[in-house]
Design a protein around this ligand. Structure first.
Ligand code: KG4
Ligand code: ZN
Length: 346
């Protein structure tokens, strides 16, 4: 494949993002620009993302961000080879804004449009940052998703495990809310846990020991509520102890669930001479205790642990652009301009 440049657009949740990424002839990817505008301030007063506010904020921000991404990359619209926009899954209002913008740019430039599945963006990021070869395992842990996915090739994904209730980031956010900590809950819980006693409360470790690779976190949240209610008004020490116990329960759960996944991967690709790899993505990957747990697991099972830089682990448009480039390079077809966004898209 020749040298290719693509414009990426991401609007599926509360980050408005645009990026220009290129793919060199040898297959190496390079991010030329990557701009992200977080809407955190708009939503924090509500303790979560408000879809209508998100959609309006995308409308206001996106055109400017696309322009900024092009300027930073020093390319004009007429020089890009394609457009990639997230088409799902996510909040439908935001998806409409981003995909429609992508379609309009494809229409005026006459360049192909790639309607990208957001999860495919996360799944392929490690090939942009680390040039990782297929196959590998990817653990996506964000506010909306908790999935263990086998990435076999471009467009070839097998979901090995998913949450049957809350996403892991959601469990952090709900626990924080219960304890009176600010949104987003993950960083607040992690901070509080540093001073806490992880052994004061024994919280459940859902699905541990089961053969299937799914996750469940809503029982954990309920147990946190019960522990908090039993104490009455919480001191800072109580909050810290609950947070530390919560993180410990999650670490133990991940150890079991992901450990099984790594063993299964090894069994399926036993003759693979390259070292197997586990990639993490999603905002929860910022958590140091969870990182340490995964790192230790990888060491134990002989896996390479790949954690792309945080700004590429959380929502961004570079990963969407890159997914489009991977599709182009794999000679997968582009999408028609009447393609519809999908709020649900497994
Ligand atoms: O990938 P992400 O930025 O966005 C979406 O989910 O769309 O993930 C955000 C999630 C939130 O639930 C947040 O609480 C969680 O990631 N998170 C963390 C940490 N930082 C962010 N969870 C645990 N520990 C952290 N340090
Ligand atoms: Zn995401």
């Amino acid at each position: 494949t020749p040298f290719l440049r693509i414009l990426g657009i991401e609007t599926s949740c509360d980050e408005t993002a645009a990026a220009v990424v290129c793919r060199h002839e040898d297959g190496r990817g390079e991010t030329l620009s990557d701009v992200v505008l977080s809407q955190l301030d708009e939503h924090s007063a509500y303790g979560g993302v408000v879809p209508e506010i998100a959609a309006r904020a995308h409308v206001e921000a996106l055109d400017g961000l696309v322009e900024e991404a092009l300027v930073q990359a020093k390319v004009s619209l007429s020089e890009i080879d394609a457009v990639a926009a997230t088409a799902g899954p996510g909040l439908i209002g935001g998806l409409i804004v981003g995909l429609m913008t992508g379609k309009a740019i494809a229409r005026v430039t006459g360049k192909p449009l790639f309607a990208i599945n957001h999860l495919e963006g996360h799944a392929l990021t490690a090939r942009l940052t680390d040039g990782l070869a297929f196959p590998y395992l990817m653990l996506l842990v964000s506010g909306g998703h908790t999935q263990l996915v086998l990435v076999r090739g471009v467009g070839e994904y097998e979901r090995w495990g998913t949450t049957i209730d809350d996403a892991l980031g959601e469990a952090f956010d709900k626990t924080a809310k219960l304890l009176g900590l600010p949104y987003p809950g993950g960083p607040a819980v992690e901070r509080a846990a540093q001073e806490g006693d992880p052994d004061r409360f024994t919280l459940p470790r859902p699905l541990v020991g089961e053969a299937r690779l799914d996750f469940s976190f809503s029982g954990l949240k309920t147990a946190v509520r019960q522990a908090a209610t039993a104490i009455g008004p919480l001191s800072d020490k109580d909050v810290a102890d609950i947070c530390a116990s919560f993180q410990k329960a999650i670490s133990r759960t991940l150890q079991d669930r992901i450990g099984r996944g790594l063993a299964r991967f090894r069994a399926q690709y036993a003759d693979n001479r390259v070292q197997p790899a586990l990639v993490v993505a999603g905002g929860v990957a910022a958590n140091q205790e969870i990182r340490r747990t995964l790192q230790a697991l990888c060491l134990e099972y002989g896996f390479r642990f790949v954690a792309p830089p945080m700004r590429l682990c959380t929502d961004n448009a570079a990963m969407i652009a890159w997914a489009g480039l991977e599709r182009m390079a794999a000679e997968l077809p582009s999408d028609p301009l009447d393609i519809q966004p999908r709020s649900r898209w497994p």
